[in-house]
Design a protein around this ligand. Structure first.
Ligand code: HQG
Length: 188
């Protein structure tokens, strides 16, 4: 059984990233909706979320998937609905990591990292976090991205409120499939 905090976090991520229409709410162009409107809508659809449970979801999960501001809530990242989070471009660290699985490597080698149905490619500053992302789909494969090189070449990076790094596309020549510790880029 999934615990109530995890179950509610998943449900709210689904609504606030992908399907606000599932409970009849509308996000503004930055992805925000009023907390009252959201909770009234979920209750109408049979999911009562108490203020205490919402606070536990917002503050109590390790990934900090949601932002609260002035009585409004939004997902910090991960959207497939078109939103503009109005994040400022930020110079990235030298390397960023992407967790995936082996079955995607041929396509990633051909196309680079694509956002798929989301608005951005998601990258982690920490290899361990990338391993966790990849492990959602199987044995994780961690790709190392030459983020500083991309930035010098004119690519834009953003950092979501929860620390996830976002960019539009990572062409494969910036990706190293080998271990970061090897110190050289083994570009596919
Ligand atoms: C792969 C979770 C084929 C990519 C995580 C990934 C993250 C390609 C999958 C957040 C490809 C997309 C996002 C290409 C990339 N051809 N496959 N050219 N380029 N892929 O879920 O990064 O827990 O949309 O490697 O923690 O896995 O929900 O992206 O395997 O931060 O908060 O296509 O979701 O956050 O999958 O995960 P996703 P992601 P939450």
């Amino acid at each position: 059984m999934t615990d109530p905090i995890t179950a509610t976090s998943r449900y709210l991520a689904y609504l606030l990233r992908h399907r606000p229409d599932a409970v009849g709410i509308v996000l503004d162009d930055e992805g925000w909706t009023a907390v009252d409107t959201l909770l009234t809508a979920t209750a109408r659809h049979g999911r009562t979320i108490t203020p205490d449970l919402l606070a536990a979801v917002v503050d109590g999960t390790d990934k900090r998937r949601f932002e609260l501001r002035d009585g409004r809530i939004r997902a910090a990242q991960g959207h497939s609905v078109p939103v503009d989070l109005r994040l400022d471009p930020v110079p990235p660290p030298a390397r960023l990591y992407h967790g995936t699985v082996a079955r995607f490597l041929a396509a990633i080698t051909a196309d680079g990292l694509r956002p798929g149905r989301r608005t951005h490619v998601h990258l982690c500053a920490d290899r361990a976090d990338a391993a966790t992302v990849g492990a959602r789909r199987g044995e994780p494969v961690i790709l190392t991205v030459d983020a500083a090189g991309m930035h010098r070449a004119g690519f834009t990076f953003y950092r979501a409120a929860n620390g996830v790094w976002l960019t539009d596309h990572v062409p494969s020549n910036w990706i190293d499939v080998g271990p970061a510790e090897s110190g050289h880029w083994q570009r596919p």
